[in-house]
Design a protein. Structure first.
Length: 224
């Protein structure tokens, strides 16, 4: 799932000064002539921090004074924008912020397949990949596919084998999304196998799950 973080709220103001006073240049009429700039001037107006108490350097975290930090900054910027729009030298006012998109599973930057990439075997995960599918991690891809009824990655895989350590067999839960592991289907394990996840020196910490018995099947069996 994509998570969006917003910060650096600001009001972008475009000015078209027509007289010295529009730039705060007052008291110079008898001494100087004013030449208007050839183009507009754009400046950023920053809202005062929510946690600023207004007593010199005294302040606290925004989250301590607000339950909706983004909303309060937006409202503060809208108040500033409304005031600025009433001034004759102001031509345009826009409230904006910096947005950062990350994956809620792996915390990496959020990126998705384009239409061209989804059609290119070098970029897509498998034949089921479509435009808009995330590329950061298998968890995000599976969530995306589950919402759209698309077969998940490694559909039918029951376990994973470590090619460098043949004795290591991991169930789907403990081997999923680990790089370098070989996915196995039930036909690859005719005699089954137990998940070896855990500390070999402490048998009680090992998973020990029969990889051919999926959790849903085990729960169903226990309910009978």
């Amino acid at each position: 799932m994509k998570t969006t973080y917003r910060d650096e709220w600001r009001v972008m103001v475009t000015l078209k000064p027509r007289r010295p006073a529009d730039l705060g240049l007052t008291g110079l009429d008898d001494l100087a002539e004013f030449v208007a700039p050839s183009g507009p001037i754009t400046v950023a107006v920053l809202p005062r921090r929510l946690g600023s108490l207004g007593f010199g350097a005294l302040s606290m975290s925004d989250s301590l004074v607000s339950r909706d930090v983004d909303g309060d900054y937006r409202r503060r910027c809208e108040e500033i924008a409304a005031e600025l729009r009433q001034r004759p030298q102001v031509d345009e006012v826009t409230v904006t912020c910096t947005e950062t998109h990350t994956c809620s599973h792996c915390r990496l930057g959020w990126e998705v397949l384009t239409a061209d990439q989804a059609a290119d075997p070098e970029h897509r995960q498998d034949e089921h990949s479509i435009e808009g599918e995330p590329v950061c991690c298998d968890w995000a891809i599976d969530e995306f596919r589950a919402e759209r009824g698309i077969p998940r990655l490694d559909e039918g895989v029951v376990a994973y084998r470590n090619p460098d350590r043949p004795g290591v067999l991991l169930c789907r839960e403990h081997g999923y999304a680990w790089a370098g592991l070989v996915p196995l289907k039930s036909d690859d394990l005719p005699d089954g196998g137990l998940c070896t996840y855990g500390d070999p020196a402490a048998p009680n910490t090992q998973c020990g799950r029969d990889v051919l018995i999926q959790p849903s099947q085990a729960e169903a069996g226990g309910q009978r």
